[in-house]
Design a binder for this molecule. Structure first.
Ligand code: CP
Length: 306
């Protein structure tokens, strides 16, 4: 069964059946990745362009790897080596790529809505690899897959998303996805870093991190996005660490073992202690591993291949 939708622009409005279908398909591809020759001919003859207008390690590499594992032909675009440097617009870039008969475009862009704009300009499928502070759907899918592997079911699982929610596309996609899957979600951070309209989302809002730790089964810790801080949302990084950092001392005081997640890259020692990031309770590298399988599943399902 392929997906009914043509593009994956976000998880808002994606139903539980569809989320489960993508994650189950990713689980099948994970088995492929464990084979001695981890490659299948599924997307042979398809051409995919990776348009990354913003920096990325995990998402970019895992899309590239997923495309190679599916035998697709891939083109990698980076702003510094493209005509964007000469002032070419997103529409012109997209239409020129389209003229080369591309089947799918993976796009990361600093502007919220850039993938939606692109989807209206080209005939191929568009996958959002992160648009500004809006959505990062494949990250939330890999997060849910990782939680399902650990807990078996997300119904009633308590996930506290901690930190810079305001600038986090990961948080938005996870709120949409996790709540559809039956998890309970709390957002915790300094008030200026919680979106004004978050009280209209189906989540709890907490401003005290110790309360969130007491409540949660899982802590999804977010990066403080230094590059997007346009105002003084908190006095200093030291202050942030003291009040909202997830530390060994804090978890010891709570006498609780919690599962730790982080989408990366981590500001070690600011939002999360290194010892916790590297502990047996951390799923951070499992998230990265599952990223390849999830991206294989999304590419395959959107391609309409059987
Ligand atoms: N999680 C995530 O999007 O990481 P990158 O910015 O390295 O792709």
């Amino acid at each position: 069964m392929s997906l009914i939708r043509k593009h994956l622009l976000g998880l808002e409005g994606v139903e539980k059946d569809e989320l489960n279908h993508i994650i189950q398909t990713a689980t099948s591809f994970k088995e492929v990745l464990s084979r001695p020759f981890p490659k299948v001919p599924t997307l042979r003859g398809k051409t995919i362009v990776n348009l990354f207008f913003e920096a990325s390690t995990r998402t970019r590499f895992s899309f590239e790897l997923a495309e190679k594992r599916l035998s697709a032909d891939t083109l990698n675009f980076s702003v510094s080596a493209s005509a964007v440097k000469k002032g070419e617009s997103l529409r012109d870039t997209a239409q020129n790529i389209e003229a080369m008969k591309v089947d799918m475009v993976v796009i990361r862009h600093a502007a919220a809505g850039a993938p939606h704009f692109l989807a209206n300009c080209i005939k191929g499928s568009v996958i959002n690899a992160g648009d500004g502070c809006h959505e990062h759907p494949t990250q939330a899918l890999l997060d849910m897959m990782t939680l399902l592997e650990k807990f078996g079911d997300l119904q009633g699982l308590r996930v506290a998303i901690i930190g810079d929610v305001l600038h986090s596309r990961v948080a938005r996609s996870n709120v949409y996805g996790l709540t559809k899957m039956g998890a309970e979600v709390a957002l915790c951070g300094p008030s200026p870093l919680i979106p004004i309209r978050a009280d209209q989302w189906p989540v709890k809002i907490m401003n005290n991190v110790d309360d969130a730790i007491f409540w949660a089964d899982v802590l999804m810790v977010l990066r403080i996005q230094m590059e997007r801080q346009q105002a003084n949302f908190f006095p200093s990084l030291r202050e942030y660490h003291n009040y909202f950092g997830i530390t060994v001392d804090r978890l010891n005081r709570a006498r609780k073992t919690l599962t730790i997640m982080h989408p990366g890259p981590i500001n070690r020692g600011i939002e999360l202690d290194s010892e916790l990031a590297d502990s047996e309770h951390s799923l951070i590298l499992d998230q990265v591993t599952n990223g390849v399988a999830v991206r294989m599943a999304v590419l395959y399902l959107l391609s309409g291949e059987k």
